[in-house]
Design a protein around this ligand. Sequence first.
Ligand code: ATP
Ligand code: MG
Ligand code: MG
Length: 550
Amino acid sequence: KGTVSRNFIEQIIDQDLKEGKYDQICTRFPPEPNGYLHIGHAKSILLNYGIAKEYGGKFNLRFDDTNPMKERSEFVESIQRDVAWLGADWEGRLFFASNYFDQMYEAAEKLIRKGKAFVCDLSAEEIREYRGTLTEPGKESPYRNRSVEENLDLFRRMRAGEFPDGSKVLRAKIDMASPNINMRDPVIYRIARMTHHNTGDKWCIYPMYDFAHPIEDAIEGVTHSLCTLEFEDHRPLYNWVVTELEYPHPPKQIEFAKLYLTNVVTGKRYIKKLVENGTVDGWDDPRLVTIAALRRRGYTPESIRKFVELAGISKANSSTDYAMLEYCIRDDLKLKAPRMMAVLDPIRLVIDNYPEGQTEELEASNNPENEALGTRKIPFSRELFIERNDFMEEPPRKYFRLFPGNEVRLMHAYFVKCVGFEKDENGKVTVVHCTYDPASRGGNSPDGRKVKGTIHWVNAATAGKVTVRLYENLIDETKGVYNEDGSMNINPDSLEILENCRVEPALMQAKGYDSFQFIRNGFFCADAKLSAEGAPVFGRIVSLKSSFRL
Ligand code: ATP
Ligand code: MG
Ligand code: MG
């Protein structure tokens, strides 16, 4: 903040405050409880929360639960958990739109009494036909001129359950010739016998989104109702509703662009499909970008806040590179995460001149860039594990790790020189033999001798054996996310499970959500769903290499 010019939303609010339109700012995040929140929602949450904080105003969390069809209590809980985790504190201001059904009903009667709404008997299909097109004006409904008394009577009987589902609707009486199709006598109430998660069977009529949403905002005293661009065309209707209902300080709708990630599935509908067809192991599968998935993967609220800030607020749709999200978590964990040694694809290394049966403890800094994380002791002895690809029998040019005759540094330990190796009957290397230089303890030789390679290792006798999961994009990037028929291009290799990894003993105590840098291998997080006490399963959050530059 302070480094960039104020975004267009702040400019509108500044102007409104200057003109005395509102005393205190109030924003809201209005999720429909029909799925888990994703990274796009994080943008909306942090924008609304951030604006409220910035202006010393209020931030409401409101469940937009006016459509009982797809809504479930499971989602009401997950959404609260995710919003809280992101740090958007609603300070007790938790609301349910369904608690306003009485007021919405009253508002509808008010419109009827003003001659601004009528009960229409046209079928859904007829309404669509009568509505016209972009180039053709609509046609008025034959029921448009019913009297106020008749409309009131019919609407009350709709509520009383006298008519079958879909047989009648309440429509706003606006303008069938409007160039904006949303203004052509839109439906504002429908008959639908559905059990609601909050109000049960109390209602058999339900308000439509475009009618309900402005009322919800007005009831709560929301001043600036921030929504995404697809609602821009609905704004005249939003304004019509709050004007006709004569709210003293009507809220104002402002649209901003949705956050999209290139080659990543963000839409709730599509994520749901992947969950239901078993492509992923739930809404929190670490390859997804739901908030729950990002949390399980090892993303922090700070990293997501930073990402949303970098992505910025705009009025034009665009797509953000996933690499920017990765940049943000690397940047956040760089100083926070202890740097430990883990060998993902182990091969045995024997130090021939190290005394058998002896173990010593070496001191290692937990994070050389952040001394506050302290130091730890690492056991060292004659037999170690190193990464299989840190040894080559016949090295190519510029290979500086172990090969016969070459000397490298074992991180935090000693210089070792390769003196031989063993193979099994298939020609696969099974053991690498080295000798060590006792004078190089700590990783430097007193004679000033230099080595080009430094490799990580773990002590064979004390290492823990763990499963490590490596992730790639769920989507086949060469083909893009969606096909014309709505199917997705799934990358068959998005999950690699390594079951034979060896880690420093200290890592065996890791708990779900604990994150580490595994030196040279990336940032990893103990998977909260798969780890057990004393038996952590680690998943890679992100590799260390980055193509993204700020
Ligand atoms: P989806 O299309 O992914 O299902 P939605 O819009 O149906 O999302 P809601 O629960 O209705 O989900 O959204 C709650 C709020 O989050 C709305 O104000 C919506 O505009 C906003 N939102 C949804 N997706 C994004 C996104 N990709 N970027 C920014 N804001 C978003
Ligand atoms: Mg929605
Ligand atoms: Mg949706």
